[in-house]
Design a protein. Structure first.
Length: 283
């Protein structure tokens, strides 16, 4: 009895489900390795595509895609450009949507809570790790692309389609800003996936629901009849990062986009914690 009393008196919630334990668990999962492999292979796929393809005449108009082979920095920027709309949505939805629902699907969620791991602590650990892995995925792609592009096209300035160039040092700093903004813009998808993950025992439902709603946002943004209402859609600002890779960076679009994304994300994360605190966990 005294032993039980000592254990109870020494119990501290902050020591339950440490972040490193959750991180190791998630890193060992096959879906994590598969997603990392896909992101790491994309630059090689694009490298082959540019090698076997041929440029098309657009009447003198130069786009970002046309500058992909100008330098490693340009190649990394192109990889981000083709990935932001959909590909980078997948790892965010996967890591944030699968994290809680998979535990329920394995019928291990109730055992974690009986450990005892407080519900808020459980969600906090899983959310921090999921967001950390999402950020790692967004860093992995441009880093690999920069390395592959530099090996193939050399290390040089970032050529801007509208004219001019950014020196290598400035280009590297701007690409860091781009990655940070892309991560913030994807917080809405993360919030959707995490909230859905607390509402269902089917991981694919949470992941697919988040991806589907993100696609719906992109479709609505394409409806020009909505006018200024599109300013309230996170999708409307997803390419605002292009303002950072200009000779004179413009920050207003990214500030507005970040504010919209963070606002939606905070509401969705709050709904996830509030709903899970009251949920009857039976699986």
């Amino acid at each position: 009895m005294s032993t039980l009393t000592e254990v109870a008196s020494g119990y501290q919630t902050r020591h339950t489900l440490p972040l490193r334990v959750e991180l190791v668990r998630q890193l060992k999962r096959r879906r994590t390795l598969a997603m990392g492999a896909v992101l790491a292979l994309l630059p090689f796929v694009l490298l082959i595509a540019f090698a076997i393809g041929s440029p098309h005449d657009r009447g003198g108009q130069v786009t970002l895609m046309d500058t992909a082979t100008a330098s490693g920095a340009n190649f990394a920027a192109v990889n981000l450009f083709v990935s932001v709309g959909f590909l980078l949505v997948i790892p965010v939805a996967l890591f944030c949507g699968d994290t809680v629902a998979s535990e329920a699907g394995w019928s291990s969620l109730r055992y974690l809570l009986a450990a005892p791991v407080p519900r808020a602590r459980l969600l906090w650990s899983k959310l921090v790790v999921a967001l950390g892995m999402s950020l790692a995925a967004m860093v992995l792609l441009p880093v690999v692309a920069l390395a592959v592009g530099t090996a193939a096209y050399g290390w040089g300035p970032l050529r801007i389609p509208t004219g001019g160039a950014l020196d290598s040092g400035t280009a590297a700093q701007r690409l860091l800003v781009v990655v940070a903004y892309v991560f913030v813009s994807q917080l809405v998808t993360a919030g959707l996936a995490f909230w859905l993950s607390t509402k269902t025992d089917a991981p694919l439902g949470a992941v697919g629901g988040a991806v589907g709603l993100t696609i719906v946002g992109n479709v609505l943004d394409a409806v020009t009849a909505l006018g200024h209402w599109r300013d309230f859609l996170p999708a409307h600002w997803q390419f605002a990062w292009a303002d950072a890779v200009q000779p004179h960076a413009e920050w207003s679009g990214m500030i507005q986009g970040a504010a919209v994304s963070v606002s939606y994300a905070l509401v969705l994360f709050a709904l996830a914690f509030r709903g899970f605190a009251r949920k009857d966990v039976v699986s």
